[in-house]
Design a protein around this ligand. Structure first.
Ligand SMILES: [Zn+2]
Length: 87
């Protein structure tokens, strides 16, 4: 859900209405637009309406792990990196 249709739509709307860009090449940098979306994730978490946390997208650019994209949604996941990649 943290990268589902709803959040993705908000991300694209934020491009248009906030005139913000993505950080496209540096792993570990969320970029200005995704920072806005992380604020929305935080606000959704504070409602207490969801069983799982939305997390915080730590990097706009995913890490390519053998052809599989890894996107960390916590500082711990960012530090550890992918622990398992299913083929
Ligand atoms: Zn974008």
């Amino acid at each position: 859900m943290t990268m589902g249709y709803g959040i993705t739509t908000l991300h694209e709307i934020s491009h248009m209405y906030n005139d913000l860009e993505d950080q496209s090449v540096i792993y570990g940098v969320p970029g200005p637009n995704e920072k806005v979306i992380n604020t929305i994730r935080t606000e959704l978490d504070t409602t207490g309406s969801f069983k799982l946390s939305f997390g915080q997208r730590k990097s706009y650019s995913p890490l390519d792990v053998g052809g599989v994209n890894f996107s960390p949604f916590s500082s711990e996941a960012y530090k550890k990196g992918p622990s398992k990649v299913d083929p």
